[in-house]
Design a protein around this ligand. Sequence first.
Ligand code: RIB
Length: 292
Amino acid sequence: MVIEMSIKIAVVGSINMDLVTSVKKVPIAGETVMGETFATMPGGKGANQAVAAARLGAEVSMIGCLGNDYLGDGLLEVLHKEGICTKAVKRVDGSSGTASIILSEGDNRIIVVPGANHKMTPQWIEENRKVIEESNLLLVQLEIPLNCVQKALEIAKAANVKTILNPAPITRLPAEIVRFSDYITPNEHEYQTLLEDFSAADLSAKLIITMGQNGVLYYEDGKEVRIPAQKVPVLDTTGAGDTFNGALGVALCEQMGLDAAIRFANKAAALSVTQIGAQNGMPTKKMIGQLN
Ligand code: RIB
């Protein structure tokens, strides 16, 4: 008999409603153009990473904040449907987070208005410290206040819980945040900003750099290792990084070696871009297994 061990992942991060417009030509200032499609879809880097991990079989708990608005009601329901524990999702006065996303010419442009996400406090993380302490791994990103990111990482470190920091959207980081992170997963642009405060040598043991169509780069014993991107039809790259992080978390908890874990996450991210919307293309393990 095979006993499947359940993997527990805590995600401390943002929950947004994505307002997604596709348009052939992005208007310049003062110009009005006709768009092609519009849809509201669940998003937010934290929620996306939570969904990615849950689809891959992890038991996921989300620590976050939603507004007391109809967007918040809908976003909470989505998390429930994905089987994510939302006991540590607080409803606060005001609007939920939103992201206005323009899809055009194979790329995206995103404006995030954090709303409730920026009402998260270190006290809220403290009140829910057990969620982190009882997990195998913590995933954090930067769409919530930095003092909450730091608090979550501190709790995880003290409890010997593995941590992944996805430094997006990038901002200058205090040294503690970097020190408490076991893995840091910037894209190339975010990596350049990290280098303003930290040396490549200091970061390299923790670094996993995602490079879109150019694949993923990490360091093994100080030597660069490159994993090529999977070739797939690209419909929408929104949430690809989040899928990568959620899948990486699951793979590391399943004791895959780092190289195998990154390859698994790379496949998950590739599948995610084949559908429109941050969460729509997030795969199950079976789907990843079917990709060469
Ligand atoms: O990483 C993609 C996410 O960034 C979107 O879902 C959007 O909400 C923004 O937070």
